[in-house]
Design a protein around this ligand. Structure first.
Ligand code: ADP
Length: 367
């Protein structure tokens, strides 16, 4: 187990592309860290610099108390699991797992003990004599994990290890990985473009965009208090609805042709103090913060009226598509609310769960 610090790390490739800008984080012993962001944001480059597979252009990489920038990969005591498993096709599962220990000329009893331990942890005992091609995708991924854990490294690096698996298997491997981490309690750094994987696995998530860290936070905080519009849009499925709106001096938000009174909400004073009255502002509403119900003429509930465009049942939840003026909106409701296309409905925003973004900086404003 180890702590790791990345301090002011930059990566400029020989062709001049700066893939990583001023990356800073202190990772605690046993922490599960996930780097997440769209393709090309610099996640793999950062991971490869940690592994020693890519040179660090500037900054310090520290494991425990040692600066390791110039240490060869094999001397960093790090194990890496790749997306394509990189198993040896001609070797059995047993020998794939034993290989790195054999290479290190470890004692054969010790090797056997480690391989059997890993096979037990990963449920691979029945497959030890098989070749990789005789295994399912999930089993191969487990062998790749087994190969890493037999070495008992200080730190695990995992680069999109589940992206070659189908959705169902990904879900179950996610659970296994989480349990494995719980059991080993080894520091892990995991790279993915999938925000659901990030939310379900991480102790803390590093969100990246264009080589810059956007926010480092627990899954809960990232979801509840995204730092900016990018994160608000990236984290959460289905994504947040955004409206270009304006705020008048009486506390009414003008969203399309609607007027929403936010004068009773805690953020009202903050928006006033920060000078947003009379200004445009971007409003974010998560689909689950919109309630929708059948519209009745005599019903005194003062929701806004609209028509259902599309009703998608997801199991316990349902998605309702409708529009405000011409702007498409998505709400997520309990599936017990049964609605049909073209049905008249009324909807409400949960005013205590609206997000406000400065249109210029795109930073989220909080009370
Ligand atoms: P991610 O893992 O988030 O998809 P990468 O770290 O692979 O992103 O890439 C970050 C940026 O660096 C991208 O713009 C990519 O094109 C660029 N890049 C990656 N590898 C190289 C390389 N060997 N030479 C030049 N540019 C590279």
């Amino acid at each position: 187990m180890a702590t790791m610090t990345l301090r002011g790390i930059n990566k400029i490739y020989p062709n001049g592309v700066q893939a990583v800008h001023d990356f800073n984080i202190e990772i605690k012993e046993g922490e599960f860290i996930v780097f997440v962001g769209p393709s090309g944001c610099g996640k793999s480059t950062t991971l490869r610099m940690i592994a020693g597979l890519e040179e660090i252009s500037s900054g310090d990489l520290i494991i425990d108390d040692t600066r390791v920038n110039n240490l060869a990969p094999k001397d960093r005591d790090i194990a890496m699991v790749f997306q394509n498993y990189a198993l040896y096709a001609h070797m059995s599962v047993y020998h794939n797992m034993a290989f790195s220990l054999t290479l290190r000329k470890e004692d054969s009893d010790m090797i056997h003990e480690r391989v059997m331990w890993a096979a037990n942890v990963l449920g691979l005992v029945p497959y030890l004599n098989r070749k990789p091609k005789e295994l399912s995708g999930g089993q191969r991924q487990r062998v790749a994990l087994g190969r890493a854990i037999v070495r008992d490294p200080k730190i695990f690096l995992l680069d999109e290890p589940l992206s070659n698996l189908d959705a169902k298997l990904r879900g179950s491997m996610r659970k296994e990985l989480k349990q494995l981490h719980h059991r080993l309690h080894t520091t892990m750094i995991y790279v993915t473009h999938d925000q659901i994987e990030a939310l379900t696995l991480a102790d803390r998530i590093v969100v990246m965009k264009d080589g810059f860290i956007q926010q480092i936070a627990t899954p809960e905080i990232l979801y509840e208090r995204p730092y900016n519009l990018f994160i608000a849009n990236f984290i959460g499925t289905p994504p947040m609805n955004f409206f270009s709106s304006s705020l008048d001096d009486k506390g009414f938000l003008h969203i399309e042709n609607l007027q929403v009174d936010i004068s009773e909400t805690p953020i009202f004073k903050t928006l006033k103090d920060k000078g947003y009255f009379g200004k445009s502002i971007i409003v974010g509403v998560r689909p689950e913060a919109i309630s929708v119900e059948p519209f009745f003429k005599d019903n005194e509930n003062k929701g806004f009226q609209t028509k259902v465009q599309l009703y998608e049942l997801l199991g316990s939840d349902a998605l309702i598509h409708f529009s405000i003026n011409k702007k498409s909106v998505l709400a997520k409701v309990d599936a017990r609310v049964k609605l049909a296309p073209d049905q008249d409905v009324s909807f409400h925003f949960d005013l205590n769960h609206l997000y406000y973004f400065d249109p210029e900086t795109e930073v989220c404003i909080y009370a």
